[in-house]
Design a protein around this ligand. Structure first.
Ligand SMILES: Cc1cc2nc3c(=O)[nH]c(=O)nc-3n(C[C@H](O)[C@H](O)[C@H](O)COP(=O)(O)O)c2cc1C
Length: 364
């Protein structure tokens, strides 16, 4: 089985095995509504078997940075409806990633101007984009009250409902890379002594409550979840990830979800360890903290039986027709780091497809 084989899973039928990984690009309006450029960007990449959007905040209290899009208001829903229509018209499928920043945020980076709150008052010191165009380190967050935790669960469910209204094919819960769900799972960011902290089952509680609430709103068959066991990015330290993630994956496995999206890293071989416990669709991301995922690494993950599908992140930035290039062994373009984030179409929708690039160079 190779990347270009079709996929018929319990809840997903795709023409091949290449998924576009979620990537924050900071191209939305200050209120969190996606622009027409966002629709163009995703439509250009509709050749992916499945697109997972950049992370969207379910509620303004979960906004991590300026110009990160939201999925809370009617304006957001209307904006994302234009995106899903453009992708569907181009023949693609698209899930919305629900990304709550938790501790990751700054009052000057978010439309509601509030101090961020996480499981505990522990900062990651991440440098964030502010509304005025500057950058600043994340301040020490507040510890969420239990009422705020319950409200956050409800916010994920409301956003899942909004996602279906906006025409998304499903939602992915961002449980990875140091965002709120991950902050509850990890022992260095969750110092709580109530039922949301301490033991493994307590640290898993928020992830499972969110999953159940989202699955109730969107249907389990339209709910995916992304996890990054042991990922040390953004000052996350998970002393012993294996027991927690084994227990969590066992719990999730019972829920009949659309997929598990798992990122591997050098410290803990999550794919090899957890794949046998997951009986549904597994999307692997093999690039975290490594070189950008390429076709060879992706084929290795499929060949090893670690995944049904493989997500590519950075390679999609400068190669809107990535699948065409992989299929025909064509060279990949490199993206321009200086316009990775920004508020214009430059470095966003101006990367040509291979055929257009060839026409351009022969005309020159
Ligand atoms: C610019 C950029 C933005 C990202 N934003 C997100 C995000 O919003 N949500 C998420 O789960 N991962 C995010 N990631 C991680 C990617 O989804 C992916 O896991 C990572 O880039 C490794 O895969 P790759 O080697 O194929 O790029 C981001 C990565 C990049 C490069």
């Amino acid at each position: 089985m190779t990347l270009m084989n079709d996929y018929r899973g319990p809840h997903l039928t795709l023409p091949h095995r290449v998924v576009m990984a979620p990537m924050t690009r900071l191209r939305s309006l200050p209120d969190g509504s996606p622009t027409a450029d966002v629709a163009d960007y995703y439509a250009q990449r509709a050749g992916a078997g499945l697109i997972v959007t950049e992370g969207l905040w379910p509620h303004s209290s979960g906004q991590s940075e300026a110009w990160v899009p939201g999925l809370q208001t009617p304006a957001h829903v209307a904006g994302w409806r234009r995106v899903t229509e453009a992708v569907h018209e181009a023949g693609g499928r698209i899930f919305a990633q629900l990304m709550h920043g938790g501790r990751k945020g700054h009052p000057l980076a978010r439309i509601d101007g509030t101090l961020p709150a996480g499981p505990s008052a522990v900062s990651d010191g991440d440098v964030l984009h502010l509304i005025d165009g500057g950058k600043a380190a994340a301040p020490t967050p507040r510890q969420m009250s239990r009422a705020e935790i319950h409200a956050a669960v409800a916010h994920y469910a409301a956003a899942a409902h909004n996602a279906l209204d906006a025409g998304f094919d499903g939602v992915e819960i961002h449980g990875a890379n140091s965002y709120l769900v991950h902050q509850f799972l990890a022992d260095n960011t969750n110092l709580r002594t109530d039922e949301y902290g301490g033991s493994l089952s307590n640290r898993m509680r928020f992830a499972l409550e969110v999953t159940d609430a989202v699955a109730a709103a969107a249907g389990p068959e339209r709910t995916g979840i992304r996890l990054s066991p042991g990922n040390p990015q953004f000052a996350m330290r998970e002393a012993d990830p294996a027991p927690l993630y084994r227990a969590l994956v066992d719990e999730l496995d019972r829920r009949g979800l659309a997929y598990l999206h798992l990122t591997d890293n050098d410290d803990y071989p999550a794919l090899a360890d957890l794949r046998p416990r997951w009986h549904g669709t597994l999307i692997a991301n093999v690039g975290e903290n490594r070189a950008a995922t390429g076709a060879e690494a992706a084929e290795r993950a499929l060949h090893a039986g670690h995944a049904d599908l493989v997500s590519f992140g950075r390679a999609f930035i400068a190669n809107p027709d990535l699948v065409h290039r992989i299929r025909h062994g064509l060279p990949l373009a490199e993206y321009r780091e200086e316009v990775l984030y920004g508020r214009t179409a430059e470095g966003y929708t101006d990367y040509p497809a291979w055929d257009a690039a060839c026409v351009g160079s022969s005309a020159a």
